[in-house]
Ligand binder design. Structure first.
Ligand SMILES: C[S@@+](CC[C@H](N)C(=O)[O-])C[C@H]1O[C@@H](n2cnc3c(N)ncnc32)[C@H](O)[C@@H]1O
Length: 384
């Protein structure tokens, strides 16, 4: 006898996130076993089979875990604070050695906003911009609150609970918070901050979204490269999806968008199970000057691209994707399809005319005359 599908899915989610199954689930497994001592082996086989099928589709469903977490968040602000202030403390320690003179700090996927509010308290001379997905609040008050609605609600609640100067700080953060979907080809809402940011922070984004869109850290690097001023830094603290845990892979991509890897270190195993995706890494990348990205490149594997002009699957037009290999004149592309919370990766082959590169920097760091001189200097060096 197999385990009931819902219970099997719950067990799979618990295993993937490295948690022990809860009491109810254990009870359900015992009940279904009907005393068969080998039942647990059969259940494990069932779960492994589900995981293999999910991997083949490349879109395992992690919403259950994510949703439960957000439900708790929406209802208990003191519990959020306790948990997230500890996380913020460790991120601050990671960023502290690199944070430069006053400037903007953009936090990606801020969720409740507690973590960026800690940045604002710790670095009051910097302007912290919290951000998240645009997920409008459902009219039904019993439905969970997520994205910008959650962020703005929690920030104003933090302001209500605080006294001066924190109150004014959180209110201003609430006003300045922006919708930012890293999978969009252009980060319009923060475009005015291009080349001016002291830091960009992205923590625990892949943690809950990597199963659906494992390549999204490349969008984060490309977008952050645009935002950062020269010597500005990007902190990533996240799970090992899409090659994030491989320093060579990250370095190759980072170099193409004008970032250098300053630190790339394994931090801890994110769960008890051996899935490498659960391993958590800490990365610090620094904005270099943009000379390398200004030298034209051919497309290559791992590049971030924009899909356009597809007739066979027009829904994919306007989406971003990551190049795989070129075969028979067509590029394999892993495209981040769907919108906001309903993302999934679709892998297709497209003609070169249906992709355009998102690798070149749109920043304005360098004076054009200087750029021309520097390109000459690079070419001279390469030809020497
Ligand atoms: C697990 S929470 C991380 C919260 C916080 N940064 C931390 O370190 O605990 C992930 C957040 O990323 C947001 N998110 C999911 N997909 C995103 C995307 N494509 N672009 C920007 N944010 C996204 C979610 O709405 C959620 O608030």
């Amino acid at each position: 006898m197999a385990l009931d599908a819902v219970a099997a899915k719950q067990l799979q989610m618990a295993m993937l996130s490295g948690q022990r199954p809860g009491a109810e689930l254990v009870h359900e497994i015992k009940r279904a076993s009907q005393g068969d001592p080998l039942f647990i082996n059969k259940v494990m086989e069932q779960v492994m089979k589900m995981t293999r099928e999910d991997e083949q589709q490349n879109v395992p469903d992690v919403d259950m875990q994510q949703d439960d977490e957000v439900d708790v968040l929406a209802t208990d602000i003191s519990a959020i604070r306790r948990r997230e202030e500890c996380d913020a403390e460790q991120y601050i320690k990671m960023l502290e050695p690199y944070i430069g003179a006053a400037g903007h700090i953009v936090d990606i996927g801020s969720m409740s906003g507690v973590i960026p509010s800690c940045y604002a308290d710790h670095w009051p001379e910097h302007a912290v911009i919290a951000s998240d997905l645009d997920i409008p609040k459902h009219p039904d008050p019993t439905r969970r609150v997520r994205g910008m609605s959650l962020l703005r609600e929690t920030l104003s609640q933090l302001a209500d609970d605080a006294s001066s100067p924190h109150r004014e700080r959180y209110l201003s953060m609430c006003e300045q918070s922006v919708c930012l979907d890293v999978l969009q080809p252009v980060w319009q809402e923060v475009g005015h901050l291009n080349s001016s940011c002291a830091a960009v922070v992205c923590t625990a984004l892949l943690n809950t979204n990597g199963f659906k869109t494992p390549h999204m850290w490349r969008n984060v690097l490309a977008g952050a490269a645009n935002l950062l001023r020269e010597e500005g830094v990007l902190l990533i603290f996240d799970c090992n999806f899409g090659g994030l845990g491989d320093r060579n892979v990250v370095e190759a991509f980072a170099h193409r968008v004008g970032l250098e890897v300053v630190e790339h270190a394994f931090h801890h195993h994110g769960g008890q199970n051996p899935r490498k995706e659960c391993d958590v890494y800490k990365l610090i990348l620094r904005r270099t000057n943009r000379i390398e990205t200004l030298v034209a490149h051919e497309h290559s594997s791992g590049d971030l691209v924009l899909i356009d002009g597809l007739k066979s699957n027009p829904k994919l037009n306007g989406k971003t994707g990551v190049l795989d290999s070129l075969e028979d004149g067509r590029w394999g592309v892993h495209i981040a399809a769907g919108v906001t919370t309903k993302r999934k990766t679709i892998s297709v082959r497209v003609k070169p005319e249906n992709i355009s590169s998102l690798m070149s920097s749109t920043g304005k760091l360098l004076d054009p005359v200087l750029v021309a001189d520097q390109i000459d200097a690079v070419m001279d060096e390469k030809l020497a």
